[in-house]
Design a protein around this ligand. Structure first.
Ligand code: FAD
Ligand code: DLZ
Ligand code: SF4
Length: 512
């Protein structure tokens, strides 16, 4: 019984059951760089270099370990351009009895794969993705009978189930969550350890040449390229993080500093999401650092919550609410994405910094994605489809299962509050508190209205005013509506006027 085993670009994990149970003497592993996956959104050039290089290194490691591997490069004459066609083509070349795949990270692809057996005429088995700590079914069971889906409660269940940071039935330290200790801005002049960097080897160089030729019109810069492209390198990134940055991770998790994109974050989502690292080992490494006394509980718990909590939660949420999640538009927002999202040409320094860093690194950290870029997208009523596409293509860690819940549920509230208890909106004072961006801005954060005022200020109150029917009954918005209720009509009107001028400008793609 020879099997054709398809491994996708974000499934670069030796522990997948379809690889662990493969019979090396008769099965064939198929991996393919296909136009369909590389262009269904125009992924950042660095993301394509990263993934194709990681795929090529993974295939080489499999070959070195005596697997039969059919690796189809992007410019290979045998390349069929689409995964299904590539599988069909490979089936014709050999004597295969069946096809094995691991469940993909996107609804679009899963629906397609569920038809493959019919199209191909051989049995196609779709195996569960064993990399996660919760299955989609576990989320659905947990979600049963709940009206609201709060990560915190799911996370506690996961802590208990996996015995992570637990003392018997209680959380280590007595509290489940240390977030109140995790919201400090970065003191000026603080020396942040540099992020891990790796040499470009000949495999990566070949891919860089390919991407420069074939994807020249895609967003973003390839150079400098320093990402890990093998499991060994990704493990170094994780170890560097645990040793050098985890101790301050919690404290400065929400801080933003001009010119310092990497800060105390782990930079491992790239590797977790394509399989080079496993969430279990990342959680284990952080937990061990706590017990060894090299990292404090607020950092370790905060980091573990992101992976065991948020990461698992959003995956369950995605599969539970697809396909509706993709088309939800609770506020009926429909403004197109302004052009400056592609080049960072704006006088708003916070937006400029976050977009330019995204362009350079295919990375921005969570608060940049959430409270600067995301905040702007919601306050300016951008269409969810355009925002979703942007986030999916610009970040090298983006796959729809993780990107869409964050965009639809966390930043846009387009799911009507299933994921977040309230919209994550803030005025300029939040950005000013958590960053040093406002010092170099063309706008003044202290001004509320008029041409020099920080746009986040009036856009925020404009949003509160515009959506009072939908939001004022939300207990978590009560404070904001209390303040709003005390504002003079003339102040509210001045905010709305400034907002209208600004929104008209971005609709016409005029400079802001
Ligand atoms: P760290 O800050 O060091 O966090 C550690 C790990 O926790 C991350 O590597 C990641 O695996 C996990 N994590 C943290 N927050 C989240 C979250 N909200 N959802 C899921 N996992 C989380 N993350 C992605 O992996 N891919 C995406 O496409 C993505 N899109 C996002 C879009 C928006 C609008 C927002 C607000 C967040 C998004 N995130 C996404 C979550 C988060 O911003 C990134 O995981 C993080 O910035 C990656 O950098 P890091 O590895 O240095 O993370
Ligand atoms: C993101 C991506 C890209 C850019 N290219 C490929 C590819 O050529 N071949 C492949 O197998 N996978 C690629 N991927 C990852 C897939 O898009 C990913 O498997 C699906 O989005 C499901 O998560
Ligand atoms: Fe951003 Fe407003 Fe600060 Fe400028 S003043 S950096 S627009 S928050």
């Amino acid at each position: 019984m020879a099997s054709l085993i398809l491994i996708l670009g974000d499934q670069l994990t030796r522990t997948l059951p379809i690889l662990e149970n493969a019979t090396k003497t008769q099965d064939t592993v198929l991996m393919a760089e296909v136009r369909e996956e590389a262009t269904y959104v125009k992924h950042h050039k660095k993301k394509i270099v990263f993934l194709f290089s990681a795929m090529r290194h993974f295939a080489k490691a499999l070959k070195d370990d005596n697997f039969n591997v059919s690796y189809i490069k992007y410019d290979d004459e045998k390349n069929q351009g689409r995964l299904l066609e590539q599988v069909k083509h490979t089936l014709k070349q050999g004597d295969f009895d069946n096809v094995k795949v691991t469940s993909p990270g996107e609804y679009r692809l899963l629906k397609s794969m569920q038809q493959w057996e019919h199209t191909l005429g051989v049995p196609v088995t779709i195996y569960n993705d064993s990399r996660f700590l919760a299955t989609p079914q576990e989320f659905t069971d947990w979600a049963q009978d709940r009206k609201q889906f709060r990560m915190e409660f799911f996370y506690r269940e996961m802590r208990k189930k996996h015995g992570i940071l637990m003392e018997d039935k209680n959380p280590v330290g007595g509290k489940w969550n240390y977030d109140s200790q995790n919201r400090e801005p970065m003191p000026s002049g603080m020396n942040v350890p540099s992020h891990s960097q790796f040499e470009i080897d000949p495999i990566t160089q070949d891919v860089i040449n390919l991407v420069e030729d074939e994807f020249s019109e895609h967003f973003g810069n390839i150079s400098p390229f320093h990402l890990a492209v093998t499991r060994e390198e990704a493990v170094i990134v994780l170890n560097d993080f645990v040793e050098e940055r985890l101790p301050h991770f919690g404290q400065y998790q929400d801080a933003m500093v001009e010119g310092k994109p990497w800060l105390y974050h782990s930079h491992i989502a790239f590797y977790l999401n394509c399989g080079l690292l496993s969430p279990r080992e990342a959680i284990g490494a952080a937990e061990s650092a706590y017990y060894a006394g090299t990292a404090p509980l607020n950092s370790v718990e905060g980091f573990i919550r992101q992976i065991l909590g948020w990461r698992e939660f959003v995956r369950g949420f995605y599969w539970h609410f697809m396909p509706g999640l993709k088309s939800d538009n609770y506020f009926n927002h429909n403004r197109p994405l302004p052009d400056f999202f592609w080049d960072g040409q704006t006088n708003m320094n916070c937006m400029r910094q976050c977009i330019k860093e995204t362009q350079a690194n295919a990375y921005a950290h969570h608060i940049q994605r959430l409270m600067v870029l995301g905040n702007f997208c919601l306050l300016t009523a951008l269409h969810p489809d355009e925002v979703q596409q942007w986030y999916l293509l610009v970040y090298a860690d983006a796959y729809e299962w993780v990107e869409l819940p964050n965009v639809a549920g966390m930043i846009l509230y387009s799911d009507g509050g299933k994921l977040a208890s309230k919209p994550y909106v803030a005025s300029g004072s939040y950005i000013n508190k958590m960053s040093n961006y406002c010092k170099n801005c063309g706008y003044q954060v202290s001004k509320k209205t008029g041409p020099k005022a920080c746009p986040f200020n009036y856009l925020y109150w404009n949003f509160i005013d515009k959506h009072k029917e939908k939001l004022s009954g939300n207990p978590r918005m009560a404070m904001m509506y209390k303040t709003y209720g005390r504002m003079k009509d003339e102040n509210i009107n001045a905010m709305k006027d400034s907002a209208t001028i600004f929104l008209t400008k971005i609709s016409k793609n005029e400079e802001v």
